[in-house]
Design a protein around this ligand. Sequence first.
Ligand code: SF4
Ligand code: SF4
Length: 322
Amino acid sequence: MNAVSKAKVAMYWAGSCGGCDISLLEIGPHLLELVAAADVVFWPCAADFKYHHVASYPDGYIDLCLFNGSVRNSEQERMARLLRQKSKTLVAYGACAISGGIPALANLATPEELFARSYTDCPSVDNPGGVLPRTETESLVGELEIPHFYPQVLRLSDIVEVDYLIPGCPPQATRVWEVCQAFLGGALPARAHEQLAGCTDKSVCDECTLEKRLVKISGFRRHHEAIPEPGWCLLEQGFVCLGAATRSGCGALCTKVNMPCRGCYGPSGEARDQGAAFIGALGSLLNAELEARAGELIDQIVDPAGTFYRFTMSDGDLKGHR
Ligand code: SF4
Ligand code: SF4
């Protein structure tokens, strides 16, 4: 990169909700600085780029590719492989690309169950013939092909080598801009291996300003069932808050507005499995001397798998296995 050849950046949206694309827009006026310093050579959400444009680039042409979303079908895998080939630095951007994210909660069901729910069984579906999606369909204009649906939601790193991980659902704009600045200033080492960026080594609990009164948990409540007492640790009040097992970087955004941390920045510290780390921490926080009482308390947690692995179902030890 020199004064006459600007850096080339790309952003791609695979299996995700679109929030990651919006989080890049959230850097606001800094976007002007970004496009002044770099050419956007692929960003389907923002401009009319096609597959053949990317395919025509020389290998390694893209300096920085931000890939958001999980991989659930053959088209997403094809794009992941193409963008790896064309990019010097490939970033798994956001929880879905890193660890499956919310879409990976579907790993708790089989493809057959998912199709039945989506296309036949759901009360709002009107499909008397029970028609299901097919990868090949004859039409008046010839054979149409749609992507193959995979048995599980995969991480980007299940498909290709990844250089950086920017966590969050979505990553917070201030952190995103810091990473962009590091990239533009040449402060990102080229092709590290799954190096975290846009976060810290601490946990959300470390950043949270709510008071810990060292009170043991006597029962669990969901957020719609009670209003938390302001200023007091939500977990101690019985609202499941994953702050202790979640890496920081967001500035404890949710707890600032009295909402429990859902864990979107992934596991903190050395923990590989965020759900297991949280369950381990929870064991010492329950107001239960007998195992039976601890069991009663844990039974109050609705949807434990979806709560403890909300963003990491493709990543944890469970890996979606029931
Ligand atoms: S458990 Fe949640 S509410 Fe309590 S200190 Fe940690 S982040 Fe804050
Ligand atoms: S507090 Fe937790 S859920 Fe909220 S943004 Fe931060 S890491 Fe994500």
